[in-house]
Ligand binder design. Sequence first.
Ligand code: HEM
Length: 396
Amino acid sequence: MRVLLALERLESGVDFNPLSSELRANPLPQYEKLRRKDPVHRMRTSDGWILTRYEDIDMVLRDHRRFGNLGRDFGYLPYISMLDLDPPEHTKVRGLVAHGFTLRAVNSLEPRIAKMVDELLDEVAGKPRFDLIQDIAFPLPITVIAELLGVPPEDRDQFREWSEVVALDVDPLLDSQQIQDLQRTVEELFDYLEKIAEDRRRRPRNDLVTALVNAEEDGERLSREDLLINIVLVLVAGNETTRNLIGNGTLALLRNPDQLERLRDDSSLLDSAIDEMLRYDSPVQLDSRIARESVEIGGKRIEPDQRILCALGAANHDPEVFPDPERFDVGRAPRNHLSFGRGIHYCLGAPLAKLEARVVFAGLLSRFESFRLVEEPRYRDQITLRGLEELWLEPE
Ligand code: HEM
């Protein structure tokens, strides 16, 4: 590892060490250095490339013909969800899942989400201090998605465990124990979800599993495995990510009290503030693609089948696109951030994640005159997803 990193540094003047604790604590200084010195950077440790410029990442994510998704060759699982498929399979599966995931279905959840947030805030309101992650940012998305899918919310602690293991699937570096845990967990989830799908076939309800079981386009249905792995995707894709948006966004507000006050004074800035939170401390930091042909980017030749890491968090701090990127500005309205990806894989759950965040921040601002950080929070030890372990707050 050391030798490879030394070689990498010698070639480009900079290296990218995915295992370094500084990177996991805060990737931005590393990304900034890469963007300045070698924006199309050849990694030696994992035989691939990492991109840090907005323009390059935007191009790669839009061009799904030359840059495909990981497919079967790279994953840890024998099943692949739409996230890893290319057209035409991707188009078919996404179309079918999107059927059950319409904007109308999402918007109709607003009153339920508002009630859930109210109840969660009621529970913390009387306490001298609370952990925003454990008490609000974790239970909300998992309960919402359980309701949308139609799986019993009482099972949410079990979902949390499953979801955390399955979320590892997006991490480019897993050890063999983690891979085994991941594979076992997906089999357990399949058994669990299959019973629910079977029940909805016999007794349809107004939920997403029923919509997916019945989804049909041009006479095509989802196969058993496609159905189950895409339910797993929907079940896990929105949990840790939305939790990270709520946690990282709250921390950004606390670290920038003038912006917190600005938002408190003018709630019409809420949508802009949520986009700024997504840009400023992105819940998903890395997105992967595979070069399908030999391509030149920024004067570097990328060969077919080489892996490309797109550092979304770095693109979101590219000063060419976002002036003064380290400034957290709730009025910036950076709608072009890349936190939900771009192109055909653009996040299917983006409207839901934003809706949940809007309801939570509106609730926090109206319930508490002010709150302060009890202790310095720590980020979880991951590189693809970025979020806080705990966030202890003291209402004042
Ligand atoms: C703040 C919260 C969220 C963030 C930052 C986020 C981020 C992303 C990103 C970056 C992608 C694109 C991956 C790629 O290009 O390969 C993606 C895809 C996806 N997301 Fe999200 N997501 C969030 C919430 C959600 C929620 C709430 C759901 C569903 C309940 C969801 C479901 C999906 C699905 C199904 C895809 C795959 C789309 C496809 O491959 O066509 N996400 N998300």
